[in-house]
Design a protein around this ligand. Structure first.
Ligand code: IMP
Length: 185
């Protein structure tokens, strides 16, 4: 069961607020260098990528446009991806001929991303790259080349900095692992 004290539900902090901040700045610098002299469209996937997108876009120094999609990769309270992807919110503007960077919170099995990549490629962007804050390669089911990775993490279910369990814990400023009682409750 989840308690009213979010931090009391956390067993371990995997990535501190400071570590995340430093990494996001580094990614922003790298992306600004790689796309120097160009304009970039950042496409982020709600809801988990929201804090990462907000911080990353402000650490990028070239002109960017942003767009938001929302997909559901699994329903209800579960820690397993079903592979079923539904588009709940589509892009607002055309990305045809644009340099697009897909901003993701975490790549786990890769099924969600695989679906999104096919979908976005169908809209004929000039280029399409991927930036993820977290990568969990141990559980990958589809091979996907990822261009920018913040942190590679072990095969554990994590919450915080946008990531949820049962829609909660997204507003934690760090990335952590919950106590087993929280899942079994
Ligand atoms: P995939 O399709 O298995 O790669 O899953 C991608 C989506 O599953 C992410 O965008 C998250 O919303 C969710 N997800 C995967 N692993 C975790 C986790 O450890 N914590 C919270 N959400 C996760």
């Amino acid at each position: 069961m989840t308690s009213v004290d979010m931090e009391a539900d956390v067993a371990e902090v995997l990535l501190s607020e400071d570590e995340i901040r430093a990494k996001v700045l580094e990614l922003g610098r790298q992306i600004s260098d790689d796309y120097a002299g160009r304009q970039l469209t950042l496409v982020s996937v709600l809801k988990g990528s929201l804090p990462f997108m907000a911080d990353l876009m402000r650490s990028i120094t070239i002109p960017v446009r942003i767009d938001l999609m929302e997909v559901s990769s699994y329903g209800g309270i579960t820690t397993e991806s079903s592979g079923l992807v539904r588009i709940l919110k589509d892009l607002s503007s055309s990305i045809e001929g644009s340099d697009v960077l897909l901003v993701e919170d975490i790549i786990d099995t890769g099924l969600t991303l695989n679906y999104l990549l096919r979908y976005l490629r169908g809209k004929n962007p000039a280029s399409l790259r991927i930036c993820t804050l977290l990568d969990k390669p141990a559980r990958r089911l589809v091979e996907i080349p990822v261009d920018y990775i913040g942190f590679t993490i072990p095969d554990r279910f994590v919450v915080g900095y946008g990531l949820d369990y049962g829609e909660l814990y997204r507003n934690l400023r760090f990335v952590g692992v919950l106590r087993p009682e929280v899942y079994s409750g």
